[in-house]
Design a protein around this ligand. Structure first.
Ligand SMILES: NC(=O)c1ccc[n+]([C@@H]2O[C@H](COP(=O)([O-])OP(=O)(O)OC[C@H]3O[C@@H](n4cnc5c(N)ncnc54)[C@H](O)[C@@H]3O)[C@@H](O)[C@H]2O)c1
Length: 365
């Protein structure tokens, strides 16, 4: 019989449930442990899945003393870097939830730890596993648009500030910019082959998060991150990204995702833009249209959606990690790319603080 992979989960809050459910669908995986700094939380989490034999810890370092093949790091953002680095230094493969980290410095240290360990570090961007997302990438990378020079990306919610550990610097580090902004950036950057970012000019706001009218007294008093971010990003190769992302606003949505090329343009409309929680950022997409010329005439071609109704991108993300461990493969969502995503988030934060354009400098790794 095939040996089961021994997997642990660090941080047993909300998203850990999605990890657990996906792992439990895989016959070659055994969840052997969980850790959470809230005493008793990991035990209750494991028990709720009938895993009474699995070990529970209130410290990730104790969990890492076990013999493990891999861990999911599902802590809030400020704890991604320490947990990931400790796991890699113990020789364990890691799937880290998005965003990669809070700062670029942390992301650099995580990548260094990955390289010195020789283990896999993959970052949890499940939208990449969507068939429509793959189609968008294939259209653009196949050269259909010619040279791409401008991308508009982002999305947003009319009302959708998550609360909990997402709204304080000490746990989240960054607000909407990192929470769902990282998805908008990944959608754009992955489609165009992740060119290196050079500069960014950005603004961030917090008008809704800090207002008791929208958040309630208690959460408004805690709120110290951004709830809106807008940026103009210059990339290597003469490409620019116009980015916007919002957790709350007096608007239905923040515009569609657009790729402008010298031969054609691709518009990907936001899904769910009529609701309070819409936006083209989580892997679902609305109608897709190619704008091009035929016989000297301007025409528009509707691109049929290809995603099956039962597509489970989250399961595919977990499976890709497990498959990479089993097959000795590469990280499915490599940090060599996501470090650029994190560098842009870092640049947006710095630019907004300074009120001017900043350079993005990624240290030698
Ligand atoms: N991919 C997705 O669709 C998706 C969705 C939601 C959240 N996330 C990401 O997952 C992460 C967690 O989000 P959440 O909603 O589960 O948050 P959460 O606050 O519900 O859970 C985080 C848990 O981590 C624990 N924790 C913090 N530091 C720890 C440490 N050093 N060791 C062990 N446990 C620790 C906390 O006590 C908490 O229980 C975030 O980074 C978020 O961006 C991803």
């Amino acid at each position: 019989m095939e040996k089961k992979l021994r997997i642990g989960i660090i941080g047993t809050g909300g998203i850990a449930n999605a990890h657990m459910k996906a792992y439990q669908k895989l016959p070659n995986v055994e969840i052997v442990a969980g850790a959470d700094i809230v005493p008793g939380k990991a035990r209750a989490f494991l028990d709720s899945y009938g895993l009474t034999e699995a070990k529970a810890f209130d410290n990730h370092k104790d969990l890492l003393e076990l013999e493990l093949d891999g861990v999911s790091v599902c802590t809030y953002n400020t704890q991604h870097a320490p947990c990931v680095i400790d796991a890699l230094d113990k020789g364990v493969h890691v799937l880290c939830e998005k965003p990669m980290s809070v700062t670029l410095e942390e992301a650099v240290e995580m990548r260094r730890a990955e390289l010195r360990s020789g283990k896999i570090l993959t970052i949890g961007f499940q939208p990449r596993f969507g068939e429509n997302m793959k189609l968008i990438k294939n259209i653009v990378s196949g050269g259909e648009l010619g040279k791409v020079y401008y991308v508009q990306t982002g999305g947003g919610r009319r009302r959708g500030i998550p609360g909990r550990t997402f709204i304080e610097k000490k746990t989240a580090g960054v607000g909407v910019l990192a929470d769902i902004g990282c998805y908008g950036l990944d959608m754009a950057l992955n489609t165009i082959g992740y060119p290196k970012p050079l500069t960014v000019s950005a603004v961030t706001f917090d008008y809704f998060g800090k207002d008791p009218k929208y958040m309630g007294e208690k959460d408004a008093a805690r709120f110290d991150v951004d709830d809106f971010a807008g940026a103009f990003i210059r990339l290597e190769g003469g490409i620019t990204i116009d980015f916007r992302m919002s957790w709350a606003m007096h608007m239905d949505y923040m515009g569609d995702t657009m790729f402008l090329g010298t031969d054609a343009g691709l518009k990907v409309e936001s899904p769910g833009k009529d609701g309070l929680w819409g936006g083209a950022w989580d892997g679902d997409v609305g109608p897709m249209t190619l704008f091009h010329d035929v016989g000297g005439k301007c025409v528009q071609t509707a691109i049929p959606s290809v995603a099956p109704k039962d597509e489970d991108k989250f399961f595919l993300k977990i499976k890709s990690f497990v498959d990479a461990i089993v097959n000795g493969g590469e990280a499915p969502i490599p940090t060599s790319q996501i470090i650029y995503n994190q560098a842009i988030i870092d640049g947006i934060r710095r630019s907004a603080e300074l009120g001017k354009e900043v350079d993005i400098v990624i240290p030698e790794i």
